[in-house]
Design a protein around this ligand. Structure first.
Ligand SMILES: [Zn+2]
Length: 280
């Protein structure tokens, strides 16, 4: 018997090289498995793509799985995008590549241009999906589950919007929790950059408006807020005022963009200027 890997893709995506999981074999032919007898291991990557082997100790089924084999052609721009949902859950593209050295230069340049470092890439699980031709920016909730992810356009012939968002739940991208001050930004990379300043966390709203649940999350974790949304258009302006009004009932709030620094994008600033603006 061959193992059907599809039900396990969401679990497999979190495995690092040489890591393995053991889980219940769904529909095991030897009888219901409740003792997690199916082993799936991510072995050495092949051509930069994850490679998995599986074995069930209950029914002796086994198999091998290369993530690009899901209806995806090997070369060129004609590759078919891999599924981003399994059942009703959004999952990361199975071909996500977190080793930046193998990415196309455009993707690497985009991150380096904004001073995003290799350590950020591994900390936040940023990746490249060849099947989508896009950078993958994942957002995990505090429990470590994938809440949503964004894909960022890199290629010139990609006619879709600059960012696409796939959600399991509405969530903010928060870079860390163990500090007092939270800098609220529009986008993912700006949050990383602001979150690098001493004593500050970055939080990206990712185009969403702040719900009561989000406000609660912020107030439960931080005492001070700096609102630093980059875009100066009227929609964003209205949004940042709304955020300010909600937060300042309970906390200390400073509004930066649109007042002192109109149209200023946090991720475009160098480290020194960013620190000066945020700490002044
Ligand atoms: Zn089995």
């Amino acid at each position: 018997m061959k193992i059907n890997f599809l039900p396990y893709l969401p679990m497999m995506e979190i495995l690092e090289e040489e890591q393995q999981i053991h889980i219940n074999h769904d529909g095991c032919p030897a009888g219901t498995d409740t003792k997690k007898r199916l082993y799936i291991k991510r072995t050495g990557d092949k051509n930069g793509k994850p490679n998995y082997i599986a074995y069930c100790q209950h029914c002796s089924s086994g198999g091998r799985y290369y993530s690009p084999s899901l209806g995806y052609k090997k070369s060129g721009s004609s590759s078919v995008a891999m599924p981003t949902t399994y059942g009703n859950r959004v999952v990361l593209p199975p071909d996500i590549d977190r080793h930046i050295k193998g990415w196309p230069s455009g993707a690497r340049i985009w991150l380096y241009r904004y001073d995003i470092r290799d350590s950020d890439i591994s900390q936040f699980g940023i990746g490249w999906s060849e099947s989508r031709g896009r950078i993958i920016l994942p957002v995990y909730n505090k429990a470590g589950k994938l809440a949503l992810f964004q894909t960022r356009r890199i290629r010139k012939y990609d006619s879709k919007p600059k960012y696409l968002t796939y959600r399991n739940e509405s969530a903010l991208f928060i870079t860390r929790y163990n500090v007092d001050t939270c800098v609220i930004t529009e986008d993912y990379l700006s949050a990383i950059r602001c979150g690098r300043i001493k004593g500050m966390a970055g939080c990206a709203v990712l185009g969403a408006s702040l719900s009561e649940k989000h406000v609660l999350t912020l107030l439960n974790n931080f005492d001070k807020f700096i609102i630093f949304l980059d875009d100066d258009n009227s929609q964003v302006k209205r949004n940042q005022l709304k955020i300010k009004h909600k937060l300042e009932l309970f906390a200390d709030v400073k509004l930066l963009a649109g007042v002192n620094h109109p149209g200023c994008d946090p991720k475009e600033l160098n480290e020194k200027d960013l620190e000066e603006i945020l700490c002044s």
